[in-house]
Each structure stands twice: as C-alpha cells, then as structure tokens.
Design a protein. Structure first.
Lengths: 1063, 502
C-alpha cells in the first residue's frame, strides 16, 4: 500500500518534472552512525516542496540540479546538501547539543539550559561503539568528573564508578544506578576475601547496553539532592528505549544486531628467559621447585618432573618464552539482539531479546546471559496515561578464583619455572601431570605433577568449579493524570526482584608424590562445597505533582511536589562444607549431605524502609535566568526513624542571550551555572543497633572452633554496637560554564567543585581491651575539590558529508581525609596485614600503608654493611594513594558518506597500586626484574649508603646485595617495593562502521544494514616500572579496596565484528 | 477549583504517609542477633575461646620459645618464632579473642548470674577471668585491667582503657580468686551441667581449681616479691588442690577439633612443627618414654630433634621427628584432633606444690609431690606409651626390654633422682615440669623458664636475629592496641622482661 502511494507520488513528481524541467532526485538520510532515519523530512530550500523519508531513510524528491535540499528530523540537527541524484545526507544527533533535554533526579526530564549543575548525557551510539557488554565500563573516557575502573576489561568482573571522588568511609562510593526512574541494586557478586576472591561482577552491569537509549551522569550533590541517602555518591541515570511515537501509526520496525568478539590478555608480566627451575641456595636443579632460581639455560637435554615407574621426562633446558601465554585461550563472545518497535496513535512499545554467550580466556570460564525487555506506553485519554517497563535477566556463569591458595589459578600459573612447558601439562590423563594415580598397595592416590609447591593450572580450571546463577526482574509502572496542560499528577511504582545463587566446589585431595625421593611433599585438602542463595526485593514508590505556570510573559514557574516510600529487603541463606573445619566424605560428590561433620548454615535477613517528602521549585526569567530550589525530608528506619532535612539551590544564566550579534557569530552560546547543596545519608541497616548475641565461632589464624561444640550450644556477645547516630552530611558547591563557539563547531564545559562530607557514619575501630572492637559513631571529614573539563570540536565539516570531530575530557580531583575520630587517625579500607589500604588523617582516601626501605637523611637506602641487605623501617609508613592525579581522554571521529571511524584514548596519571603478582614473580624468580644488569650477580643497591660510624652514613659504592637473598627471604624486600605507579594510557575504543548504500537495499525489505568492526582496550601504555599487570585489575571488586592486584585475573583486550540490520 | 483539587490531593498524599509512618519504619530490630541468652549458653563459648588461644597461637609460640618445637625446613610458617623476630600483628587475634571474646562473655555471665542469683556461675566466670588475666599479663606485662571491658554505653563508654602495672593486675587477680572462693558452695543445688566444658559443674573440682590457680599466681611472684608469695602460699596450706586436670576435650567432629590441629588443616596439612633437639635430647638422656608420645617416632622407633632454629638447611630435614598427635601436632594423623587443651594440668598442680614445699612456704613431702607430678604426666599418656611397648618400639636404653609400663616408669625414675638442696630441687622440679608441658602447655613452660631460668644452659635458636645469648622475654603488644588506644604506654622489645621476671 505504502509502495503504491510512493509510486503515485513519484509519478506525480515525474509529471511535474516534465512541466518544470525538474528531475526526480533520489537520496537517503542517515544518522551519525549510518542508519537511515525513518520519517525524516526533506525540503527543497526556499520552496514548499517536501517529502518524508521511508523506513530506511530513503526518499525521492523533485528538484532542480542547482537547488538545495534541507533534511531534518526530530532529535537531529538539520543539514543541507546539493540536490544531486543519489545524495546521502547525514544528520548529526543533537542530543549532545547544549539546549537538549536531560533526565535528572527522579527521572524528571528537564531542559539542560535550566540546570545549574553539570551533567553529561551519552546516547545509545556513544555507549555501544565498543560493544562493551557492560554499560558502566562503556562510559570510560567519555564523561568528565568520573573515575571508572573496570577490573576485567571484558564480560563479568566488576566496574567501579566514582563521581567526583570518594566521599564516604563506610557507605559505598559507587554511583547510584537508576533505570527509568527506579534505583537498582549494584552490589558485588563476589565471594571470599580480596586475598582469594571469586568475582562475578557487580549488579549494575546487568542492564543490556543495547537496550539503552541514553545515560545521563548526574555529578553534583545538587543533581542528586532529591535522591537523598542513595544519591550522595552521584547517579547514573539510564533511560531504556521505548517505542517512538512519531506522528500517527508508524509501522513496526524490527532491528537485529549481532556481534562477535574475540578477547585475549591485554598485558602479561615481563618474564626473564635466562634462568630455569632450581634453587641455587638449595638444590641447584631441584625438580620439585616453583623457583626459577636455578642454573642459567644451556639448551642441553635435562630431565624434569618426577620419576614414575623408573621413567622421567626429558626436555631441553631452555626458556619457553610464551609458556604462561600459552595457557590462555581466545575468549569468544557472541551477542544477539533482536528488538521490535512499534506504535499506533495511542500506544507504543519496545520489545527486545538479548543473548550473550561467552567463553573465557581460561578453560571452563563462561557467561551466558539472556534478557527480555518490554517497554510500552499508552494514552487512555488526553488526560490519563500509563507506561510500563519490565526487564527480565537470566545469567549463568563460571569463573576462576583469584588470589592465593590451592585454587588460585593465576597464582599457580605464574609460578611455573621458565623452562616448564605449561601447555604440555594440559593432559591430566598423562601420569606425569595427574593427581589420581592409584598406589596398588595402599590404594591411596599419588601425584605425578612436576611441582611440589604449586598445582597444575589445568587441574585447577577443571576441578575448582565456581558458579553463579541469577534471575532478575526490574520494572516500573507509571500512571499519570494531566489536569490540564500545566498540572499533572503521576505515580510510579517500581523495583526489582533478584534471586542469586552461587555454588563453589573445592576438590578433595590427599595425595603423596609418586617418586619416593619427594616424600614429605604431600598435598592435602579435605574438599568442600558451598551453596548460597540471596533474594533481594526493592520497592520504590514516587507520587509526584508537577505544576507549570507562566506567571508573567517573562517569568515562568515549574514546581514539583513528591512523596517517596522505599523498602529494601534481602535474605541470604548459605550452607557450606568448609574444607578446614569439615570436608567431603566421598570424593567428587558435591552435595551438602556429603560432609564429614555437620554442615555450617547461615542466614542473614535484612529489611529497611524510608519515607521522604520533597519539592523542587524552578523559576526562570525570559528563559535566560534560571533558579532551582529543592528540599527533601527523609525518615529512615536505619537511623531509628530520625528525621533529616536537606536543601539545594542552583542557578544559571545564559549570558549569550544578552550579547551583541557580532560576538554571537563567534560565541553562539554561553551559560554560567552554580549550585550549592547539602545531602543527608542514613546508616547501613542495623549498624545503629545495640550489641546482641550470635552463635559462637572462634577463628584463629587458620583454624576455628564452631558451636554447637560437641553438641553443646554457645552464643557470644557481638563485638560492635551502635550509638544512636545522626545522618551523614555532604555539602557541595560547584560553579561552571558551558560555551558554544562558531555555531557549536567548538563546545566546552568547565566545572569547579568543592565537596565536604562530615558526620560520617562509621564503625570506629576501638581497642579490643574495651571488650569491643568497633562501634558505630558519627565522625570524620573528607573533602574533595576538583575540576572537570569537556571539549568538543569539529575541525572539518564539508558539504560532501566529510566530517572530523575531536573531543576530550579532563578530570582532576583532590581528595583529603581531614579527620577520622578522636583517638583514631586511620581506618583500614582493605589490603592485608603487610600492606594496608587506609583512610588516614591528612592523606587522600585509599593511601597505602606498610613497611618501606629505611633511608638516611639524604634519602639514600641504608644497607647493612655486614649482610649487604637493605634495612627496612621498623614501623609502617604512608605511601601515595590509589587515586590518580588526573584522568583524561581524547577521542576523534571521522565520517564520510555513512562510513564512520571513531577512536578513543583515555589515561589515568598518578596513583599507585600494590601488586602481589610482582611479589610472587620476584619470589619465584620468573620476572625480568629478578635479573639485574643482565645477571644475578650481587649488585650495588641503587642510591644507597651504609652506617660508617656512629650516625654517619657514607655513600655505598662497593657493598653488594645478593639478588637471591633480597627477593626470596622473608622481610628483606619490604612490601613497599611491590607498589607500582598505576599510571596508564589505553587505546580504549576503536570502531569502524559502514552502512550498505541505499541503492543496494532498494529492492530488499531491509531498512538498513550496517557492518562494523570494533575493539576495546586494544593497547596499554604503562610506565617502565610496571612490567607486571594492567593497573585496572583489582582483587577487591567495586568496593573501597582498590589498587590491589592480589593475584587478580589479567584484563582483556577485545576485538570484534558486528552487523546491524533493520527491517 | 484547580488549586482546591491540588490541595486536596496533597493532603491525602501527606496524611496517608504520616498515618502509621512510625510503625512502618519500626523495622530496625536486627533479626540476625539474639538478645539476653541464658548464662549456660555463653559460658561454654568463653571456655572454648580461651582454649583456642592457649591451644593454638600461645601453644605454638610458647613451645617454640620453650624449645619443645622448631620450624620444619620443608615449610616456613613459624620461622619468625625461631628467629625471635615476631611482629605485633601476630598478637592481634589472640588479644581480641581473649578481651573482646572470652572476657566480654565471662563478664556477661557474671552480671547475668548475679542478677539471677546463680552464684556458682558467678564463681566459675570469676575464676576463668582470673586465669585469663594472668595469661594476658604473663604474656604482655602491664595490661588494661581495672578499666578493661567497659566500652559499652552502659559501662560509661570507656573505649580507651588505661594500662595497669603488672603488680596491680596480680593483686586484682588474687581478689577475683578470693571472691570466687567465697561464692563456691560445693553442695549448691543449682550449678552448671554439661555447659561447663571443664568440670561439668562439679563445684568441688572448681574449688580445687581455685586453690591451685591461687598457688600458681603466688608462685609466679617468687622472684619479684618472695615475701608476699610465701605468705599467700602459706595461707593455702591444707587446701584442696587439683585431682583432675582442668582442660577442654575435643573430638574429630569439624569445628570441635583441637585448635592446633584445626590450624594445621587450615594450612593444608603442611608440616611446620618439628621436634626440637633441645627437649628431645633432654628426654632421651634418661629414656623418658613420653618422647615417643610428644613427638612422632621415626620408622626405626627413634625420636630425633632438629637443632633449634636450623630451618635454613633443607638437608637437615631428613631423619627428624614431627610433633606427636597426642599433643595435637601431627597434621597427617587425625588423632591430633582429639588432643586436649589444658588450663591447669594435674602434673602442674603437683609440681607447684612440690616447689612450694621445697621453698619452705608450705609443709609436706616435696619428693613425693615431685614424683607424683612426673607420674601424673606419664599416666595421662599411659595408653600411648603402652601402644609403643606393644609395638616393640625400642624404649630399652635404660630399662627392661620386656617390661611393662610400670617397669619402664620405675627404671626411668632411677635416672632422675630428686636432689637435696633447695636450688637443685627447684631446678629438678621445673625441668620435669618443662618436660611434662612439652607441646601441651608450651606457654606455661616458657613462662616458668622466664621466672626460674630452668632448664639451664639452653642455647639460643640458631636462627635468632636478636643477638647471641638473648631470649624472648615477652610477647609484643598487638598492633591494634598500639594504633587504637591513646592510653597505650609504649612499645616494648621482645627482650624486655615483665615485672615478676627478676
């Protein structure tokens, strides 16, 4: 039908052409990623002639060769082109334009011009350029003022989003994630401590990036003042796609998008290739060793591993340069997205199906995630409307354990001596690699693996089985009533239901070596099994009344009055056969009935509720001056129903409305903005309770006693209590300016802010001699001051659609812990006993604290003249923090006739991270850093001195330090030597996409077809000192424990192809 | 009209939210904790907590410094003890488990028992408190005592308790014991039952415990304040002393295992504990059959110790004995799980009396006490010794090859006669106490070494980093206390002696 219509029009045009000597000009209107814009309007400039494009953006219009076509579409900037047949007109999205509409707190849409605070909005295309399976990670390098760390660089793993610095000692510093007006939970799916963590990523990463229409990052307190408690760390507002209602009855559109990604390790440590297995200070060629402190390679044949049945393997004694690399496979991710969009004049809908199937770089690791989204809205009448949005997500994943211990994969892998062929170890049926040879006499198991001190990484990958499954429904229903054009009452009910299950299998092992010479090198683990289930429910209800009123022709008013009820409940039930205090009876039977002793079961229930009333009042003068005042009062159950109030005020002035036209030709837009706000935060639930009793579990360093003790029940007094705390307070002020030059060819925004968080609710550690180890109090002040800059320019923009864009961001945040509490100057955020990560008075949040090399007054390292070993400080000292000095990004994009190329670099400079990977590699002697000046001969410690006589230190030129002793002895190399400069620059994203020309698609039913090639984290540049790992890899999930490579899994580089088709 | 509708709607919205708002928000009672449990649920927690410290960290540390044990060259967990280079971090957890664990629970038991007039619970809780404070002050010297355990709001929020000097702490401990003795009624109808994991509520035994503890406390002052010690001991003349060891028993059930065994399993069964040559050679010198009980005999039946601290030489590992399962020290034998942890042992009680008599502070037959101390220790391991005899393990060096248990004992006793002068007697008593405590009361053995200087002529660990001839004289204050308590008086060196160590 439509085709006939078009043909008729075409025929009519043909007639007209004959009459006016005009011809039919065929062309296509594309958006900035090369998709056709359906329904775009095309006019001949200066005439009344105009047509609308079809679904694929194709049009035919009658025009003269010397006439000009003007194409426009809602959401895009109009563009012009000569009326030549086959013309492609590309329209640029104006979502980023200064005058756009943004989603603010509570999901309220507002003109960006009216905002007195900084926000950044990214659209679907910005987010999906790199096809990052995590929408949060996809923000890296694209938003100023935000510090994003994604600790795997691929599917799974956690992403931390910190806006304008760490503010809170005990509440998380991750931004609030809001989907279509409903906050969603963003907890870590992790198990174990950061020293042996199993990390399935955080929940904020569950939203399928393809379903996202836009993300707005609300940075300042004024932006989030209306969220109160939950928004104190800033908010990431996600708006999902909805069926677009453009005019009457648009037909359904089907969009299909498939991409395939290949992933590999981004950065390996730099290994040495000169020395092999052995221990020069013990047995030179000890074949049990994980030490590469043996003899230099000579290429001669040499036996390795155990003697089994009188046989031993033989290989050349030389380095296998890529032996660690050979363990990793190419990770593969296949993503399929199908979506259906449609609308009638009263209803529109969006349905999307998503499947992500991933197999990891490590054998047996995988993630399969499926999602369904249904968004719809309906106008019941002119006054009454409703919309609904539901998202169901199902995921199954398996991952390896990081960190130390028998099951720590990376840890066991990287300790392999340089000459041991790792890939040969993969055959576990080979007696020389196995753990299950049966001794015919004793009936006990024997192992043939070469190493006495590590486990076969293949055996770990196949036997330590850690899985996570979850089902999650996130949704909201909104109904609204418009009394008239100015007054509207709206109610939104939403929340989520999450069921999350984890299963961990620890294999039982009790083996002795085959070779009797190795006796004493037995390996034992009782085996264990863990099952845990978490059910989480959140409910948010917002009732909002909005009032618009043009008080005078110049003065406008906007009012919002609202009421919120929040309920969060969580229930965790876990049972465990613990390998230490219990164990499996039958090997390989992973069932809770298979424990030697009673199974330990634990349940934790939680419920918290909050009630809030709020208002936001906006006034504008001539759409030039804007003032917004907000106020909110909350009552929170976690503060024992205490009431707390917090206000904000912001203002902006578009000064370019008052400047002359001459200047306007250069500076077309300018806005000055400023805001001041106070935010209140409540306590973690039950933190404010008096101490009670819990079932007794006494933990020693590695063992424990658990009640019931031989059948006798026991309860113990808790070690902490609440002190009836008041809310935590955060005060923030910011000023900024937004500028547009040369008709927005160059745009810039600049913001300065100052944030102080006081009255923090923390569990203050107190001396155990008081009978308690902590109590919840209000204390502590943290300040954050910073600047953030965003720049964008279009140096080339040609009529032939060639366009070149550049953009960049710069973020600098200065954080300082002003005070902690009377009598306590620091709080431990993470780390381990040797190297703590602390919040300490006068230092930035996340400062490292540990033993350093002792230095003389001139800063030289003091060498013990008798042993040649450097001296260490007797007490821990403070080092730098994990916070970068600044974060910046640079991106550029080219587009020409639909073909687009974009490239994004980002960098973090400054800051430190602790690397246990480095420590372990140096201990076992595999890293290049254990070969000094090309040898392992004793060396003169750089910039060192020694105590010549009483109090006088002389420069050391000849006292030598023994390389082996320095790296392998306990307490000689201080832990400070494993702190590494965390600076890096990454080629974060590259994307090339090419839409098939309209002419090729004309005869098909396809709307448009776009091919793309993309890559993320393609390359990393780090300082020379970091010959170890990507500083983004972190063992502490997305919490406050950052900069902590405790043998964490290496991060990924990804390369992929994609195809988008619309029908 | 319009405004009317708005105001009505606003009113409805606001009123619905405030009605029942209080009740709606009243959900902050933590469902995961229990309140006000009965005393019988809390007493056993405290007892096991104390035993977990005495049986694992203090046992290991004590037996290394008493030279019962030394680090295996095949592993490295306890090198720091042999190096005498311990870190303050080492003591955080035991300090926490005693103060914020056991003592806090005992305080609750005492207060609740007092409110409910359960005098026998009050007495037991006081005695366990006194015992624990003595361990703490013996380990660390000056400690928080009078202001300790008062961190709660109800107790005035004393979160930074001051440190009392050791002499005052000892006075406080004696007062606690006296209070407990006044409360004990051996005929009380109401007393604990199986929840008392030490004596199952037998108050006669607790009375004996109280006297023995008091004797132990006064004897510790023998060098620092002999007058006071003598008077205190004299007052105990004729009192009932222990007739059975005060101990916690364990089983092979996970969570109820000997804490040292649990510790070793937590370390994946790695063998760290080797027999020290010092103790093994001493026991072998007179054919003590317990050497094969406290240590694991080699395949040929011999027990061979490693030179104290000689872990650097991995070749020296061959042909050396591990710790024995009877003291919970053999990770490869799950009989280790059932080794008891002693608070005060019967042999210890006998040796304390023998020494008191030898010093002339008490009347009685010190030679008989000395011998019954040795016999009590041997009897405690009679089954294991008999097993060795049955297995024809060579115990014949000094005795009858085909003998019975008592034959061995008799011949052994011939080689350790009781001397005649006071100092020689004390030396003999402490030497045998040190042997009897090998690997099962390591902390007390090391503490008595500090007090008396016996056994004489011990060489420092070859791994020592603190200088020749120097021995550790205390545990280090825990890092948490150094960092968190502004009243903390200042760090000490591992060689700084405590007050009673003169």
């Amino acid at each position: 039908m439509k085709k006939t219509l078009l043909m008729t029009i075409g025929l009519l045009m043909l007639c007209a052409q004959m009459a006016w000597a005009q011809s039919a000009v065929r062309g296509r209107v594309l958006d900035d990623k090369g998709d056709g814009i359906s329904g775009a309007s095309i006019r001949v400039k200066g005439t009344a002639r105009g047509v609308n494009a079809d679904n694929g953006g194709n049009f035919t219009i009658t025009a003269n060769g010397d006439e000009t076509l003007v194409a426009s579409a809602s959401g895009f900037k109009p563009a012009e082109s000569a009326a030549t047949d086959g013309v492609t007109i590309q329209l640029m999205s104006d979502k980023r334009s200064i005058e756009g509409v943004v989603v603010t707190a509570l999901g309220v849409k507002r003109e960006k011009a009216a905002l007195g605070y900084a926000t950044t909005t990214l659209n679907n295309d910005d987010i999906n350029k790199g096809n990052n399976p995590s929408a949060l990670s996809a923000l890296q390098g694209k938003v100023s003022g935000v510090n994003i760390t994604s600790n795997t660089g691929g599917p799974g793993g956690s992403t931390r989003v910190v806006i304008r610095g760490e503010k809170s000692l005990s509440r998380g510093n991750n931004a609030l994630i809001v989907v279509d007006g409903i906050p969603i939970s963003n907890g870590d799916r992790t198990a174990g401590s950061s020293l042996s963590q199993i990390d399935f990523g955080n929940r904020g990463n569950d939203i399928n990036p393809d379903d996202i229409e836009s993300i707005t990052v609300l940075k300042g307190a004024a932006a989030t003042a209306l969220y109160g408690s939950q928004g104190a760390a800033g908010a990431v507002m996600i708006t999902t796609k909805s069926g677009k209602r453009k005019g009457k009855g648009r037909p359904a559109e089907i969009s299909y998008n498939v991409n395939h990604t290949w992933g590999s390790v981004l950065k390996f440590p730099t290994f040495q290739n000169q020395f092999g297995q052995g221990d020069l200070n013990g047995v030179e060629d000890d074949r049990r060793e994980n030490f590469s402190w043996g003899l230099p390679f000579d290429g001669k044949l040499r036996p390795w591993g155990q003697i089994i049945d009188g046989k031993q393997k033989v290989k050349s004694y030389s380095a296998i340069e890529d032996n660690v690399q050979s363990f990793f496979k190419v990770a593969k991710t296949l993503e399929n997205n199908v979506s259906f969009t449609g609308s009638s004049d009263k209803t529109s809908y969006f349905v999307a199906l998503n499947a992500m199937n991933n197999t990891g770089m490590i054998e047996n690791n995988f993630i399969n995630r499926y999602g369904i989204r249904f968004n719809a809205n309906h106008e019941f009448s002119n006054k009454f409307y409703s919309n609904i949005g539901f998202n169901y997500i199902n995921s199954a994943a398996r991952t390896d354990q990081q960190g130390q211990g028998d099951g720590g994969l990376w840890n066991n892998l990287i300790q392999t001596p340089r000459d041991i062929p790792i890939s040969e170890l993969s055959n576990l049926n080979d007696a020389f690699n196995s753990y299950s040879l049966l001794d015919p006499i004793t009936g006990k198991k024997k192992y043939g693996y070469y190493g006495a001190y590590t486990n076969n990484p293949y055996w770990i990958a196949r036997n330590y089985d850690n899985r996570n499954f979850y089902d999650r429904v996130i949704g909201q229903i909104t109904t609204g009533y418009r009394f008239n054009a100015d007054i509207e009452l709206m109610n939104r009910t939403g929340g989520e239901v999450l069921s999350d299950r984890t299963f961990y299998k620890t294999p039982k092992i009790d083996v002795t070596p085959v070779d009797p010479f190795w006796d004493g090198n037995a390996k034992a683990n009782n085996g264990g099994y863990y099952e845990g289930a978490t059910n989480l429910q959140t409910i948010y209800n917002d009732l909002m009344l909005t009032v618009k009123k043009q008080i005078t022709p110049k003065i406008g008013f906007n009012g919002l009055f609202g009421h919120n009820v929040t309920q969060i409940s969580a229930n965790t039930l876990s049972s465990e056969i613990d390998p230490t205090t219990n164990g499996l009876v039958i090997d390989g039977f992973y069932n809770l009935s298979n424990g030697k002793s009673p199974v330990n079961t634990d349940n934790v229930k939680g419920l918290e509720r909050k009630i809030g009333v709020y208002t936001s009042l906006d006034l504008d003068y001539d759409k030039t001056f804007f003032v917004t005042l907000t106020a909110r009062n909350d009552w929170s159950s976690t503060l024992n129903n205490k009431s707390y109030f917090y206000p904000s005020a912001s203002a902006s002035w578009i000064f370019t409305k008052s400047i002359g036209d001459n200047l306007k030709n250069v500076l077309n837009y300018g806005k000055i903005r400023g805001s001041i706000a106070s935010v209140g935060t409540d306590a973690n639930r039950y933190a404010n309770n008096a101490a009670g009793f819990s079932k007794t579990e006494i933990n020693s360093n590695f063992g424990s006693n658990i009640f019931p003790f031989n059948g006798i029940p026991g309860y113990t007094y808790q070690n902490g209590y609440g002190t009836n705390v008041a809310p935590e307070r955060s005060r923030q002020s910011e000023i900024g300016i937004d500028l547009g030059f040369l008709n927005d060819r160059i745009t810039a925004d600049f913001t300065v802010y100052n944030n102080t968080t006081t009255n923090q609710i923390i569990s203050q550690p107190i001396p155990a001699s008081s009978g308690f180890t902590g109590r919840t109090i209000n204390t502590g002040v943290i300040s954050n001051k910073g600047i953030e800059i965003g720049l964008r320019a279009t140096p080339i923009k040609m009529k032939n659609s060639l366009k070149w864009d550049v953009f960049g961001t710069y973020t600098r945040n200065k954080n300082n812990v002003e005070s902690i509490a009377d009598g306590s100057d620091q709080i431990i955020l993470g780390g381990f006993s040797g190297m703590s990560i602390v919040a300490a008075k006068g230092k930035p949040f996340g400062t490292f604290y540990g033993i350093d090399l002792a230095k003389d007054a001139n800063g030289r390292v003091i060498i013990d003249s008798a042993t040649g070993n450097p001296r260490s400080t007797t007490k821990p000292v403070y080092f730098g923090s994990y916070q970068p000095k600044f974060i910046a990004s640079f991106g550029t994009g080219f587009s020409f006739k639909g073909l687009t190329l974009s490239v994004l670099f980002d960098t973090k400079q400054g800051g430190l991270f602790y690397s246990r990977t480095k420590d372990n590699l140096e201990f076992v002697g595999t890293s290049a850093s254990t070969v000094i000046n090309g040898t392992r001969d004793p060396f003169v410690f750089e910039n060192s001195s020694y105590l010549a006589y009483d109090g006088i230190y002389k420069t050391n030129t000849d006292i030598k330090t023994d390389v082996y002793t320095y790296f392998t002895s306990a307490n000689i190399k201080p832990v400070s030597q494993d702190l590494i400069d965390a600076s890096y620059t990454k080629l974060r994203e590259v994307s090339l996409s090419y839409p098939l020309p309209a002419s090729l698609l004309e005869k098909t039913k396809l709307g448009n077809v776009v091919f793309g090639v993309f890559g993320t984290n393609l390359k990393i540049w780090t300082p020379k000192a970091n010959g170890f790992v990507d500083p983004e890899s972190n063992a502490g999930g997305s919490g406050n424990e950052q900069g902590f490579d405790f043998l964490s899994r290496p991060t990924m580089r990804n390369l992929g192809v994609r195809l988008n088709v619309t029908f | 009209m319009k405004t009317k509708i708005i105001s009505i709607l606003t009113l409805i919205a606001l009123s619905t939210s405030f009605v029942g708002c209080k009740k709606f928000l009243d959900v902050n009672n933590n469902p995961n904790i229990a309140n006000n449990p009965n005393v019988e649920l809390v007493l056993p927690s405290a007892q096991v907590a104390i035993a977990s410290v005495m049986g694992a960290p203090f046992q290991i540390n004590g037996s290394f410094w008493a030279q019962h044990w030394t680090q295996s060259p095949l592993a490295s967990q306890y090198k720091n003890f042999d190096q005498y280079q311990v870190s303050s971090d080492e003591y955080n957890r035991p300090w926490r488990n005693l103060y914020a664990g056991a003592l806090t629970d005992l305080k609750y038991v005492y207060n609740k028992a007092k409110a409910e007039d359960k005098k026998q619970y009050m007495a037991i809780s006081r005695l366990m408190c006194a015992y624990t404070f003595q361990v703490l002050t013996d380990a660390f010297g000056d400690i928080p005592f009078t202001e300790a355990l008062k961190g709660s709001v109800a107790d005035g929020s004393i979160i930074n308790p001051k440190y009392d000097n050791q002499e005052a702490v000892y006075d406080g401990i004696i007062a606690m014991i006296d209070e407990a003795q006044a409360l004990i009624d051996v005929n009380a109808a109401s007393h604990p039952g199986t929840d008392d994991l030490v004596y199952q509520g037998d108050m006669q035994k607790w009375l004996e415990f109280s006297n023995t503890l008091e004797l132990k406390v006064y004897m510790r002052l023998s060098e620092a304040n002999p007058t006071k010690a003598a008077a205190g001991v004299a007052a105990l003349q004729g009192a009932d002393f222990l007739t059975s060891s005060a101990k916690i028993s364990y089983t092979t059930t996970g969570g109820s295992e000997n804490p040292l065994y649990s510790e070793m399993i937590g370390l994946n069964g790695t063998t760290n504990i080797f027999a020290s040559k010092t103790c093994v050679d001493f026991m072998n010198s007179y054919g003590d059959p317990r050497v094969g009980v406290f240590y694991k005999p080699l395949a040929n039946g011999a027990v061979v110790g490693l030179t104290q601290g000689d872990f650097a030489n991995s070749a020296s590992a061959t042909g050396k004995s591990l710790g024995g399962y009877s003291v919970g020290a053999d990770p490869t034998d799950n009989n280790s799980a059932t080794a008891p942890v002693y608070f005060i042992s019967l042999p210890e009680s006998e040796f304390l009396q023998a020494e008191a008599i030898a010093r002339g502070w008490m009347t009685g037959d010190d030679a008989a006490r000395y011998q019954s101390g040795i016999l009590a220790s041997l009897d405690a391991y009679q089954t294991e010794i008999n097993n060795q005899i049955d297995n024809s393990i060579d115990l014949t060096a000094f005795g009858n090859a085909n003998g019975t248990y008592s034959d061995y004992i008799d011949s052994m006793l011939l080689y350790i006669p009781y001397p005649s002068t006071e100092q020689d007697k004390i030396e003999a008593i402490i030497n045998q106490k040190w042997v009897a405590m090998s690997g099962n009361q390591g902390f007390e053995a090391w503490t008595e070494m500090r007090r008396t200087g016996y056994p004489k002529g011990m060489a420092t660990s070859v791994a020592s980093v603190i200088g020749a001839g120097l021995f550790p004289a205390r545990f280090l204050y825990p890092t948490d206390e150094i960092n968190l308590n502004p009243k903390f008086p200042g760090t000490k060196l591992v060689t700084d002696k405590v007050w009673w160590d003169k």
